[in-house]
Ligand binder design. Structure first.
Ligand SMILES: Nc1nc2c(ncn2[C@@H]2O[C@H](COP(=O)(O)OP(=O)(O)OP(=O)(O)O)[C@@H](O)[C@H]2O)c(=O)[nH]1
Length: 323
């Protein structure tokens, strides 16, 4: 008889839109900790961008774009893990980054209710990243954000540079009302010793059963905020940065309450580098990322995620920024 292989540890990385999950993932993938991770990334919206924002590490990265991970969990996630497990000598642990709008319960549940997955993997931790600046404005309307906190065993209160000590205290108090036991760390740009968040065996099934008594039942119901949708804008024509950047600023100032998240990879005229724009509500960042590769098609992709987004206005404004 073959000796049983050790179960591969899995970390589920969750947190509301724009909280800092990819920032943490990039840290994990670039720091020198001697571990190799297989990464499963799920994102909201039909045009994939997250995969392009993850550092080009030598890791195995799988994208799941077709819908929300918590809804497709029975199919895609199980299939990907099954495929990974056939190559389990190539990595030490698995990271699953969920979309900002995912309920982590069905994701975590996969590691218990599917026999094959359960025998080969072990849920190590549900790690939730929080945007200290935006949490209090979002938490009452976003059921998913509450679920992400309730299920966490470790919480990073990130973006502490954007709030006062008093605001930070209010954020922590609110989190404690939802989850009194998780370990909480405060971070800027998710700067944390990785030994504090990975491989700690922090997941506690008994506690989860207290939060969600039907956690191990086969069909776990969960709800989404159906008003949140995404709009993807794409063009192969180069954009003029002198038109595009002020337009984006203006749109985000005007619609920033409803636009939860903006992400884009832009191809500007006479510019050999990819330009990445990101915004969480009205806070915008933009920078060159890396040169376009010779065989890479120079396509600009911009995704807005939010409520009541005026598609026609966004589309015509975007196309008017062509050089
Ligand atoms: N000021 C500040 N900005 C941060 C910090 N951490 C991350 N950001 C910025 O916040 C934005 C969102 O960060 P991401 O890591 O992409 O967030 P995410 O949770 O992966 O986003 P989604 O996957 O879209 O939900 C980016 O523009 C980051 O540069 C921080 O500590 N302080």
């Amino acid at each position: 008889m073959q000796p049983a292989l050790p179960q591969t540890p899995v970390t589920v990385l969750t947190g509301f839109l724009g909280s800092g999950k990819t920032t943490l993932l990039n840290r994990i993938l670039t720091e020198n900790h001697g571990q190799k991770y297989a990464v499963i990334v799920n994102e909201f919206g039909e045009v994939g961008i997250d995969n392009d924002l993850i550092v080009n590490a030598d890791e195995e990265i799988f994208e799941m774009n077709n819908g929300c991970i918590c809804c497709t969990v029975r199919g895609d996630l199980i299939r990907i893990i099954d495929g990974l497990m056939r190559r389990r000598d190539r990595f030490d642990a698995i990271l699953v980054e969920t979309t900002g709008l995912a309920d982590p319960a069905p994701v975590a549940q996969t590691f218990f209710v599917d026999d094959d997955v359960r025998s080969k993997t072990k849920l190590d931790s549900i790690l939730t990243v929080v945007d200290a600046k935006h949490l209090l404005g979002e938490i009452d309307t976003a059921q998913e954000a509450q679920e992400q906190l309730a299920f966490a065993d470790t919480i990073l209160i990130n973006k502490t540079d954007l709030v006062s000590a008093e605001e930070l205290g209010r954020v922590e108090t609110r989190i404690r009302r939802i989850n009194p036991t998780a370990t909480i760390h405060q971070t800027q740009r998710c700067d944390i010793g990785l030994d504090k968040v990975l491989g700690r065996g922090a997941f506690d099934l008994d506690r989860i059963l207290e939060v969600e008594p039907d956690f191990l039942d086969e069909f776990h119901e969960h709800e989404h905020d159906d008003l949140v949708s995404s709009i993807a804008l794409v063009t192969k024509d180069p954009l003029d940065p002198v038109k595009f950047l002020p337009w984006l600023q203006m749109i985000i100032q005007r619609l920033g309450v409803d636009i939860l998240r903006t992400k884009g990879i832009m191809a500007f005229k006479n510019d050999n580098d990819r330009f990445v724009v990101q915004a969480v509500h009205m806070l915008v960042e933009g920078d060159h990322q890396r040169p376009w590769k010779p065989d890479e098609e120079r396509v600009s992709r911009l995704v807005f995620i939010g409520r009541n987004l005026p598609k026609d206005v966004l589309e015509s404004g975007f196309l008017a920024c062509r050089a």
